[in-house]
Write a protein that binds this ligand. Sequence first.
Ligand code: FES
Length: 151
Amino acid sequence: MLLPSVQKILLGFNPDRENFLPASKKINEVFGYISQENLYHLARYFSLSPAEAFSAVSFFDDIRIKPKPNLEVKVCMSTPCELNGAKQVLQEVENFLGTKADRNLNVKLEVKTTSCQGRCQRGPLLVVNGNIYEKVRPHMVDELLAGYFQK
Ligand code: FES
């Protein structure tokens, strides 16, 4: 598949600042993340400083500023999920994978805590490579994650 250039994507948007976020999401969708170079193009196109552009895109969980890892695990840590045991689920995830959440030191593996994903009644919520697992209990984590190493 031939990827459109960033310039081509940007020209699809009026350079008003209100279009910065939709354009950022489009670039994120097409390339899988927003590279430093593309962030610079975005900033210039919307007349923002690189720092303003970085600050804006890094605020959103669904916009990546580095390439996607092979395994991306997200644990919702908002209050309803936490009250249902998300802390224990996260601990099990960290133990199984041998890494701490939100450190992002490994380019192939990323464990993140997230805010509410809108499924509070079904928590604790675990999202692995975009697949959503609801009502996760700590004893389920090892088998669930091990499945991703067999694929
Ligand atoms: S609190 Fe976890 S999905 Fe809402």
